[in-house]
Design a protein. Structure first.
Length: 284
C-alpha cells in the first residue's frame, strides 16, 4: 500500500485586511504572504476578534498585520490569556518584552545605557534629557503614532505624569529598519526622505549596523517570531533605537526584489516548521 503522506501543519493566520494603515496596505502584504505559506501549510485567515474562538483547531496561530490592539484591548487580553492557559503556539511568541508589552522597555533600555533615544516618564527625570526646542510625548500603551504629540519644554511638567514617554525631538538623517526571523537577520530598508516614513528602499549595511540591531534582538525574549528594529541615524552618524516591534511588524515586502523576498519567505517557512515541532509552550 502507498504510504500515507504526512499531515501538513494547520496554521491560523490572524490579520485585519481592512485596517487603514497610513502609508501601507496590510491586505496586499498578507494576501501575498499567505499565498506562499499555503505551499507548506494548511492555512486559514481570520480577523483578530475571531482568533480566540478559532485557535484551538490549529497547530499554530500566526499574528501578522492585525493592527494596533488599543481599539480592542479587552479582546486581545482574552486571546492572550486563553492561548497561554491552553498552551497554544502563538507566533510571535507571547514572551516578548518590547512593543508587545507596551513602551516601558524604552525607559528600561534608556536607563541601562542602550543606544536608544533618551526617554523618561516623570517630571523629576526631565533633566536627564538633552535640552532641545521640541519634545516628543507619546502614551506608554501606544502604537502607530496614536496619541503622539510634539510639544515645547514649557508643557512637559503638566504632561510627564508617568503614563507617557517623553523624548527629545531628534534631528536625524534617515530612519532605517532591520528585519529578523527568530534571531537571524533577513534584510534592511530605509526611508531616504524623512517626511515619507513608509517610502522605503533597500539599505546597505554600514559597519556596526548589524551589531547594533542584533543587540536588541538578543535582549528580547523571543525565540520564534518576526521582529523589526527601527532606528534613526543622527546627524553625527550614530544609530539610536526608535522602537523594537515584536508583536505584528509590517514587513514592507513590496520594497524588496524577488530574490530577497523569496529568501525571507523561505526563512519564515523554516521557522514555522521548527515552531510547530516544538512542545506547546506553557506559561510563557
Amino acid at each position: 500500500m502507498p504510504a500515507t503522506p504526512p499531515a501538513r501543519p494547520r496554521v491560523l493566520y490572524v490579520t485585519d485586511l481592512t485596517y487603514p494603515a497610513r502609508g501601507r496596505r496590510y491586505c496586499d502584504e498578507d494576501i501575498a504572504l499567505t499565498s506562499r505559506l499555503r505551499e507548506d501549510f494548511d492555512l486559514a485567515l481570520c480577523h483578530p476578534l475571531d482568533a480566540a474562538a478559532l485557535m484551538d483547531g490549529f497547530d499554530a496561530v500566526v499574528v501578522r498585520n492585525s493592527g494596533p490592539v488599543l481599539g480592542r484591548q479587552k479582546e486581545y487580553d482574552v486571546f492572550r490569556e486563553r492561548a497561554l492557559r491552553s498552551g497554544t503556539r502563538v507566533y510571535n511568541q507571547l514572551s516578548g518584552r518590547a512593543d508587545m508589552a507596551g513602551k516601558q522597555y524604552l525607559l528600561d533600555l534608556s536607563a541601562a545605557g542602550f543606544p536608544v533615544i533618551p526617554t523618561v516618564d516623570r517630571v523629576e527625570d526631565l533633566d536627564r534629557l538633552p535640552r532641545t526646542d521640541r519634545y516628543v510625548v507619546k502614551p506608554k500603551l501606544g502604537a502607530d503614532s496614536i496619541g503622539l504629540e510634539i510639544v515645547t519644554a514649557d508643557r512637559l511638567p503638566a504632561l510627564a505624569d508617568g503614563k507617557v514617554l517623553v523624548q527629545p525631538c531628534v534631528d536625524f538623517s534617515y530612519e532605517v529598519s532591520f528585519y529578523f526571523v527568530d534571531h537571524d537577520f533577513q534584510y534592511a530598508l530605509y526611508a531616504p526622505d524623512t517626511e515619507q516614513r513608509w517610502q522605503l528602499a533597500p539599505y546597505e549595511l554600514a559597519p556596526g549596523d548589524l551589531e547594533f540591531a542584533q543587540r536588541f534582538i538578543d535582549w528580547n525574549t523571543i525565540d520564534h517570531g518576526i521582529q523589526r528594529v527601527d532606528a534613526c541615524r543622527t546627524r553625527d552618524g550614530r544609530l539610536l533605537l526608535v522602537e523594537l516591534e515584536d508583536l505584528n511588524p509590517y514587513l514592507s515586502l513590496d520594497a524588496l526584489g524577488d530574490p530577497e523576498r523569496d529568501a525571507f519567505v523561505a526563512a519564515l517557512k523554516a521557522s514555522l516548521h521548527r515552531f510547530v515541532r516544538t512542545s506547546p509552550p506553557r506559561g510563557e
